[in-house]
Ligand binder design. Structure first.
Ligand code: PLP
Length: 433
């Protein structure tokens, strides 16, 4: 039996059935360098998914590895009951980068935990349990995070600690706003928000929480200014605005350091995780001090901002800034987008190539229609792996391939990965899927 087969069997025996694995024969990635990873059977791949947009600067980056190794040798854990120098330094750096005046930062261990913390801060600040979220969103897997996740495929329970009202999202391909131009879509979204507030809430809503680009939702990109149009309405009610930057932060969209900056909004809180630690478990909330400080009773996070994760995150942030990875995401993202769009322009199974920077989605459909084709997406995912490139999947219907390599990816490697992916699309299309 192969090493992968044997491990997959053991995995299935002792891990939950809902802990999904990619591929007919799941693989174990055991080492990596730059944007390349190697599996337990010695196959090398270009990593176009970066551990779900988390390996932000790449594998085996010396500065990062050294910072983590040095900190591990000195001190791994003390708890937040004691001063943690790397945590304080990281908070100062993130507060400065946030675009929010006099910001404070609270560190946790994951995006989910950060979402929970942000919602609790807003509810405490506004003394309300009402929140607004977008359809087709994904915010994590705790009760509160699932409660604001607008995607049945990721919502195992309808129980939620919050009263949630749902807004339309910014999909241009299908859905209620499809076909509208940018201005009309922003206007329609604001009108929808007014109606939702008037019909499904008591008015004193705590916050709106939204991803600037819906990640798990299939890299759905609303027009620039979409959230600005919503915030004009929110401001009339004093409703707070929370930008979930778990996927869009740290320059990944190329144009901006944060996703919210494309929208002319003033967020009250940003939610952080994934790319911040380049794979180390760290998440956080940065925002207006009055909102962050709104929690009355004591609170701690045993592991949040621990010396190891904070040191790794500082090294990651330094690397992103010193190597201008935002500019790289813009340039290589544009090149990749162009290449994929040109190569699939006449494909009958690719309805759209979309995205910003190094967040690119390929929407797979039944040939010549707009009907979502999750089976075809699966086949292309598999065929791409067989050709040496790992991509991700998402979308409300599970039919969107997601391309999000480490932000350090070179134009050459991106082109090589794109060739493999294009060949995979062509092979699946030729086979009549
Ligand atoms: C936008 C967004 N928010 C929150 C989360 C939850 O993060 P985590 O998986 O670290 O709990 C995710 C995870 O994919 C995400 O994409």
């Amino acid at each position: 039996m192969s090493a992968h087969k044997e491990l997959a069997e053991r995995h299935r025996r002792v891990l939950p059935s809902w802990l999904a694995l990619y591929y007919d024969e799941p693989i174990e990635l055991v080492s990596g360098k730059g944007c390349f990873v190697t599996d337990a059977e010695g196959h090398e791949y270009i990593d176009f998914f970066g551990g779900i947009l988390t390996t932000s600067i790449g594998y085996g980056v010396e500065e990062f590895v050294e910072a983590v190794r040095a900190q591990a040798g000195r001190m791994v854990h003390t708890s937040t009951l004691y001063l943690i120098r790397p945590m304080v330094e990281l908070a100062e750096r993130i507060a400065g980068l946030s675009g929010i005046a006099d910001a404070k930062v609270f560190f946790v261990n994951s995006g989910t935990e950060a979402i929970d913390a942000a919602l609790m801060m807003c509810c405490a600040a506004r003394k309300s349990n009402q929140v607004l979220a977008l359809r087709n969103s994904y915010h994590g897997r705790s009760f509160a995070a699932v409660g604001v996740t607008g995607n049945r495929a990721w919502s195992p329970s309808s129980f939620a600690p919050l009263s949630v009202s749902w807004l339309h999202h910014g999909d241009r391909l299908r859905g209620i706003f499809a076909g509208l131009d940018d201005k009309e879509m922003c206007r329609a979204a604001a009108a929808d928000l007014r109606e939702v507030l008037a019909t499904t809430t008591a008015g004193d809503v705590a916050c709106l929480i939204a991803e600037p680009i819906q990640g798990v939702g299939g890299f759905v990109v609303p027009p620039d200014g979409f959230f600005g149009a919503l915030q004009e309405v929110l401001a009339e009610y004093g409703i707070l605005y929370v930008s979930d930057e778990v996927q869009t932060g740290w320059g990944r969209t190329g144009e901006h350091f944060w996703g919210y900056q494309a929208h002319g909004v003033r967020p009250d809180l940003l939610v952080l995780a994934k790319g911040l630690g380049n794979g180390l478990a760290i998440g956080g909330v940065v925002g207006r001090a009055t909102v962050v400080d709104a929690l009355g009773p004591n609170s701690i996070s045993t592991f949040g901002g621990n010396p190891l994760a904070a040191s790794g995150a500082l090294a990651t942030l330094d690397y992103i800034l010193e190597h201008e990875l935002q500019a790289n995401a813009l340039a290589v993202g544009k090149q990749l987008h162009r290449r994929l769009a040109q190569a699939t322009a006449s494909s009958k199974i690719v309805a759209e190539v979309r995205g910003k920077g190094l967040m690119l989605g390929l929407e797979l459909v039944e040939a010549g229609t707009l009907t979502p084709a999750p089976q075809i997406a699966n086949r292309v995912l598999q065929a791409a792996k067989e050709r040496g490139v790992l991509v991700g999947k998402g979308g409300l219907y599970g039919n969107v391939l997601r391309i999000s390599p480490p932000m350090s990816v070179s134009g050459e490697v991106a082109d090589q990965g794109a060739s493999h992916l294009i060949e995979a699309v062509e092979a699946v299309e030729r086979a009549g899927h």
